[in-house]
Design a protein around this ligand. Structure first.
Ligand code: FES
Length: 161
């Protein structure tokens, strides 16, 4: 799967390829978490092929590996955020609301029917409103024989624990 334009993980473009998993560990339609040093990666095998992103929701860093994969869309287990790994786009903004990657504000989710209620203003609500949904970051990937290899930034190329 090609990496969406401009979404390579910082430091990964010229880094060496490192084996992270056997190809047989990531059959079509699955996601798998792999940890290298302090970096948690998510291998996604969607309809367009394999990709590797951070195993962190771009909202509040929940592990996406505990969510679901439907076609190209990974859904976060925490606040119903959903992200298209084929395009890098947000499919559904988290229910908490907040800022998108461009800094535009999204209101908290509210039912389609029923009275709208004023947004809460307590400290927790203010923190949610200031939380930014960042862009997914992708690690360049290749398949060599039976191995999935990715370019990891040098400082995270430590042996797996
Ligand atoms: S942490 Fe994933 S949607 Fe909030």
């Amino acid at each position: 799967m090609p990496i969406p334009t401009g979404l390579e993980a910082p430091g990964s473009v010229a880094a060496p390829f490192v084996r992270i998993a056997a190809l047989s560990d990531a059959p079509a339609g699955t996601m798998m978490r792999v940890t290298r040093g302090d970096l948690d990666l998510l291998i996604v095998h969607g309809p367009s092929g394999l990709c590797v992103i951070d195993d962190r929701c771009p909202h509040m860093s929940a592990p996406l590996s505990l969510g679901t994969l439907t076609e190209c869309v990974v859904a976060c287990p925490l606040h119903r955020g959903a992200f298209d790994v084929c395009s890098g786009d947000v499919v559904q903004f988290p229910t908490t609301g907040g800022l998108d990657a461009d800094g535009d504000y999204h209101a908290p989710w509210a039912p389609a029917e029923g009275a709208t209620k004023p947004e809460p203003t307590d400290l927790k609500a203010r923190a949610r409103a200031a939380t930014r949904v960042r862009r997914l970051r992708y690690y360049p990937l290749r398949v060599t024989g039976d191995w999935i290899e990715v370019r990891l930034p040098d400082e995270t190329a430590a042996p797996a624990r």
